[in-house]
Write a protein that binds this ligand. Sequence first.
Ligand code: ZN
Ligand code: ZN
Length: 144
Amino acid sequence: MITNMNKFKNILKQKNIKPTYHRLKILEYIVENMGTHPTAEMIYDALKGEIPTISMTTVYNTMNSFLDKGLVTPVIITGTEVRYDYNKSHHHHLQCRKCGKIFDIDIECPLALGKKKFINGHRIEEVHGYFKGICKNCLKSKKE
Ligand SMILES: [Zn+2]
Ligand SMILES: [Zn+2]
């Protein structure tokens, strides 16, 4: 646990973010729950039991500074909320319309051709693919 905290401390220091206890715990949570793409509410709900001093504002402010420094990327697949992604590799997302979970989709994307691609004279810097459907878990439980 202590080694982990040191690792997270270094990650924050590298990004010029002061490693406060709250920020470290939030970073720990998003790294350990990377696959769930949590919202600020989900982070707050998960941590408030263990850390009674944490507030929703702290979580929002922390996530905003993480976004600013490029520590996390936003996933705005639902259109109504921001989900946070710590996974740095380029990938797309699927949202299941049954369980609402968000999954990483690893496909060879013909549009993701690196940082400096031009389309119609515009320089493309990011490509986000959002897929909607029914996830494999929900498909499986339907059959049973
Ligand atoms: Zn599902
Ligand atoms: Zn992702």
